[in-house]
Design a protein. Structure first.
Length: 454
């Protein structure tokens, strides 16, 4: 007796690749893989495709556009990189591949590991504790800036301070901001600034860069020098996403050089409002003192009136007159002193008035306004041309144009339903016919379905 053959489970290629893909993606966690880039391709989609190889093997890799946007360097063929990726399979070709979620130059991974260990070490020693942070002066008399004298960071600081409070002087202590010898030179300049004692706080800053570019500010010796410094130190290294050990040890961290200048400079308008408030309080206080002293003088005069010895009365009256004169002179002198200081402050503020800057830019505004009007006129003319073209196209497609060529539209008069088939109407029913100009109301005498109307 012949046994029936078992039913075979036959896979399609697509099914096989789909199940292998599910098995690969479910069996491996995110992997760190190091190798050399080859066969790099950058299609217009924004994704990148390449092979990651070593001396013995290679594997295909794909990095999609949203992940690529976060790259801080440009991948090139022959570059050694470290990627974090998940294992997958490209079903259309049956090739397994790595889907890259993060990429960095191969040496940067070791730098990050060493940096993290140093952070943990310094944190354990208490160098990052808020209790050790020195207060930042609210109105510094002079600011020392440790940065490259030719970099963008110092220009940002100067620009912001000139806008907010230009009377605060700056002293730039030039330092290299990257390189193997940069930490030692930064420490020497930091100590020189403290010895000179010409500033009441220091700003340590530079522009953004890669992790390797910022390594000078992740140096252990520099961190300990910042911690031991007597002057308050504000650190603004790199961009907002960059966080160096110098930022953690410093008394205050700013995300950018411009933000640091905002932090260290008071608002000139706010201070001017405070001056006016203090002036009003001073005038009121002086008026109160004058009233009080005047009342005391009157009391003394009345008291002296009760004393009979004439000489004593005359002496007291002379002494009172003298006190009154000296008092008025002292008050007048104080009022003149404050008025002079107020006049000087007013002159300084008026010399920096935004109105003068507006006078300089007024001609440019007129030219820009003319250019804007000309541009809008051109745009309007172009829009009118497009509108005319679209109106012509719309007219060509309009049912009214079809009616002009001799066609008509017929509806059943009872319910207004359009008629496409003679079988949908019966003899005796009323129909409405729409012509290019006007229409007809007719009664059907005969329906010719499927026949030549002639």
């Amino acid at each position: 007796m012949q046994l029936p053959s078992p039913q075979r489970d036959i896979y399609t290629v697509a099914r096989l690749n789909a199940e292998v893909r599910a098995m690969l993606e479910g069996s491996f966690p995110l992997l760190w893989v190091q190798g050399e880039i080859s066969n790099l391709a950058r299609p217009s989609s924004g994704h990148i495709y390449f092979s990651l190889k070593d001396s013995n093997a290679q594997v295909r890799c794909a990095m999609f556009r949203l992940r690529r946007i976060g790259l801080r360097f440009q991948p090139e063929d022959g570059m050694q990189i470290l990627v974090r990726a998940r294992l997958s399979l490209y079903e259309a070709r049956g090739e397994y591949q790595l889907i890259v979620e993060h990429m960095e130059p191969a040496g940067e991974g070791a730098l990050r590991l060493a940096l993290e260990r140093l952070k943990q070490k310094l944190a354990a020693e208490g160098l990052f504790e808020p209790a050790h942070k020195r207060p930042i002066p609210r109105l510094p008399q002079q600011i020392g800036v440790l940065t490259s004298p030719v970099g963008a960071a110092v220009q940002d600081v100067i620009t912001v301070l000139a806008r907010r409070f230009p009377s605060i002087p700056l002293v730039v202590y030039p330092i290299p901001v990257q390189g193997a010898d940069a930490p030692r030179q930064i420490i020497e300049m930091l100590r020189l600034a403290e010895r000179r004692g010409e500033c009441d706080l220091l700003l340590l800053t530079r522009g953004g860069g890669s992790l390797e570019d910022l390594m000078a500010f992740n140096d252990e010796h520099l961190a300990r020098a910042i911690f031991a410094a007597r002057l308050p130190i504000v650190s603004a290294v790199g961009h907002e996403i960059d966080l160096t050990i110098a930022d953690l040890v410093a008394d205050r961290r700013a995300p950018t050089p411009s933000a640091a200048a905002e932090l260290l400079s008071p608002d000139r308008e706010e201070l001017w409002a405070r001056v006016r408030t203090q002036q009003a309080r001073l005038v009121a206080r002086q008026a109160d003192q004058l009233r009080l002293l005047g009342a005391r003088v009157e009391h003394l005069v009345r008291t002296l009136g009760y004393l009979h010895p004439t000489r004593r009365l005359e002496q007291h009256q002379q002494h009172i007159d003298d006190l009154e004169r000296r008092l008025r002179q002292a008050l007048s002198h104080r009022i003149e002193t404050w008025a002079a200081r107020l006049a000087r402050a007013t002159t300084r503020l008026e010399s920096r008035s935004p109105a003068r800057s507006l006078q300089n830019v007024a001609p440019n505004l007129a030219a820009l306004e003319r250019r804007l009007q000309q541009a809008w006129a051109r745009r309007l003319e172009q829009a009118r041309g497009r509108l005319s073209g679209l109106a012509l196209s719309l007219h060509a497609l309009s049912p009214l144009a079809t009616l002009e060529r001799g066609y008509s539209i017929t509806r059943r008069a009872e319910d207004g339903i359009l008629l496409h088939d003679a079988a949908k109407i019966a003899p005796g029913e009323l129909i409405e016919t729409r012509l290019a100009r006007g229409g007809l109301l007719s009664r059907v005498e005969k329906c010719m379905t499927g026949k030549d109307p002639s």
